[in-house]
Design a protein around this ligand. Sequence first.
Ligand SMILES: NC(=O)c1ccc[n+]([C@@H]2O[C@H](COP(=O)([O-])OP(=O)(O)OC[C@H]3O[C@@H](n4cnc5c(N)ncnc54)[C@H](O)[C@@H]3O)[C@@H](O)[C@H]2O)c1
Length: 270
Amino acid sequence: MSGIADVSGHTLAQLVSLAGRSCVVTGGARGLGKAIAQRLLEAGANVLIADLEDAVGEAAAAELSGRFDGTCLYRHTDVTDPDAVTALGDHAAQQFGRVDVWVNNAGIFPFVPLEQMDADTWDRVMAVNTRGVMLGAREAARHMTAGGGAIINIASTAGFRGVSPGLSAYVASKHAVRGLTRQLALELAPHAIRVLGVAPTYCVTEGNLLAAQEMGGTKVTGADIAAMVSTPLGRVGVPDDVARAVLFCASDMAMFMTGSTLLVDAGETC
Ligand SMILES: NC(=O)c1ccc[n+]([C@@H]2O[C@H](COP(=O)([O-])OP(=O)(O)OC[C@H]3O[C@@H](n4cnc5c(N)ncnc54)[C@H](O)[C@@H]3O)[C@@H](O)[C@H]2O)c1
């Protein structure tokens, strides 16, 4: 093995560019995933969005394809289903000729206090948030073995510490994502496949607004959340705060990085 490429002679524009590269983003129909897909497309990549929400996913792919030179496609995929995730990787390779970047973003965060936690809820959170990450990484690696690539796992500040009551399964699952990121980085390094985690704090997304609405029983807006959430840097997170960090990890800017999970939390975990 000769090691990962030395890109120190490349210009900044070359380092940030994903021109000619092919990316998969799970859970990309909305929220953080859609913002990530958008930045990857802006950097020149083609992107395959995977999700359960077909109408939303198709609309996102059509919207993003219309705004950038690259192609954005959608494919229905349950990230907990091994066959579906295999088919997702094969579809990306068929459509774009290669797979260079795989973002394991799909995740769920049901609020269930421990006294009410049942085994099915626990297993579902683990299936989406951890098994889904393993399956995605496995399929990504299958396609990247020849030419290298980057796998980015969306963790959370909840992978560094406990958070609100009711999130025990979520917190456990995101700690597991950090562990998996470290282990897979070692396993895949010989193939020049980098594995990185990105750990956001609370960001206003459709999923979070729905969760807040379910808990409170009334409609909640992004402005309501912004008024409630404070961070050391003074504002609540928005999806693009996370998408820019994912683009950095996916690009050659992060060529010498693997195994770490980057906090994107406005200083909240300091
Ligand atoms: N928004 C935040 O505050 C925040 C903070 C830290 C971490 N995260 C993580 O970021 C990721 C995205 O969160 P979000 O806020 O954008 O959520 P969201 O609910 O707005 O979007 C998640 C998307 O994943 C899809 N999805 C869910 N289960 C799936 C499955 N089994 N297969 C395929 N797709 C599935 C949903 O349909 C949805 O489109 C999650 O992993 C979440 O844990 C979010």
